[in-house]
Write a protein that binds this ligand. Sequence first.
Ligand code: PLP
Length: 257
Amino acid sequence: MTDRDRTGAAGDDAAGDRAAAERRAEIAEGLAAVRARIAAACAAAGRTEDEITLIAVTKTFPASDVRLLAGLGVTEVGENRDQEARPKAADCADLPLTWHFVGRLQTNKARAVAGYADVVHSVDRPRLVTALAEGAARAGRTLRCLVQVSLDEAGKAGEVGERGGAVPGDVPGLADEIAAAPGLEFGGVMAVAPLGADPLPAFARLAETAAQTRRNHPEARIVSAGMSGDLEQAIACGATHLRIGTALLGGRRAIVR
Ligand SMILES: *Cc1c(COP(=O)(O)O)cnc(C)c1O
């Protein structure tokens, strides 16, 4: 190696270190801001912060960001597409992380997801229960599953049906199926606030559904609700798990599928 090569490589390393330090500071700032919002929302709702689990939704961001989050004390990460999540989880296998699958799940991806996810938030049909149970058995793992509840008002489902979710009336049945499936554990409910509507009444409906499912499954206490734009309303309505992307990591570029 010539001196010039050596200097060049060292220069690249230094630039890389600087970029990583800057990114770390950016994420630390986002994390502090989110934690402050959680603290304020808990105070306003008469709740304590230890009731809240923060899931960092890292979709579209690289494994290096997951590593920085882990270094900052984040232990829960969320992803929404198998193609992206699988290699990222493998890349970060040395980190003490719990992986949450929060996106719409195709049945043919369920087996793969069961290989690395610890919690699947988006179970909304019986076929998915069967496929996840098969995947969990094959991988020799136990998967915690949440039933995704559609919070669209009756009759409006067609407009925002993209978001998925079971209608509230189907939730108890799905919960029973999950609880009865080998390799699966029923953990509670999840929802995404309807587009363009006040999230507060929607999350209040979710709280009712959650209370209903707890009658048969008292240990299934997870209520996964609240994203960057509506975490305060979710905390006010009893959310236990927040799924936060943008407020932690910044804006995502549009994904071309
Ligand atoms: C992307 C995503 C989030 C995070 O959304 P932000 O608004 O970026 O915080 C939460 N939940 C689901 C299901 C998502 O797909």
